[in-house]
Ligand binder design. Sequence first.
Ligand code: GTP
Ligand code: MG
Length: 206
Amino acid sequence: MAQTRCKLKLIVVGQSGVGKSSLLVRFVDDHFEEASTRPTIECDIKYKQLDVNGIRCTLRLWDTAGSERFRTFSTQHYRNAQGVIFCYDVTCKTSFDTLKSWLEEVEVNCNRPDFVRMLVANKIDRADERVISTEQGRTFARRHSMMFIEASAATAEGVMMAFQEVSQKIIETPGLWEADEELSPYGNNPTNLNQSPSQNQGGGCC
Ligand SMILES: Nc1nc2c(ncn2[C@@H]2O[C@H](COP(=O)(O)OP(=O)(O)OP(=O)(O)O)[C@@H](O)[C@H]2O)c(=O)[nH]1
Ligand SMILES: [Mg+2]
């Protein structure tokens, strides 16, 4: 029997330089190059397959520009996002202080009210330079109904878990995703009367 499959759309946001692109490169390619990344312009999309609760998910990962200069990121880009990963840098207070404005932008533009929110505290490898404590991050996350993980794109700590947990929460949220009809075990025909009800539920992803 074929494996159930789905596509999930995740968006990564946060101030320029917090390490959004580095986290994605670590997650997708398991690679990190210090000081070699350039600022993202508009946005990049990466893909990664992940098995979650026995479901094969194709993750479309939208890496956005944090810099105002390169942000022509349209509100349309948020359309149908099922998960948003908010990032800050534990060595940079302003990246933590500006999280609220990222939250506001996302809340205004995400059309799915039940999208999954994850807060990632990046660069924990730079322990000597840390200015935002674990407790500060956790408190912010709790106050805004976000999951919370501390991570380092440099060492890979926490990175896989962050993306896995977001994906798992989406899969476990009824109506936030649906199986790909053409790849489902029941074949291509959407009018297939033998199709299980669980294959039909959900709001669809773009
Ligand atoms: N030590 C350390 N450096 C990191 C880590 N993650 C990213 N960096 C460095 O931080 C700098 C910025 O990383 P980027 O991934 O380009 O940041 P960004 O958030 O994508 O920035 P924009 O594209 O401008 O929004 C680069 O020099 C990275 O090498 C980390 O976990 N630890
Ligand atoms: Mg970037």
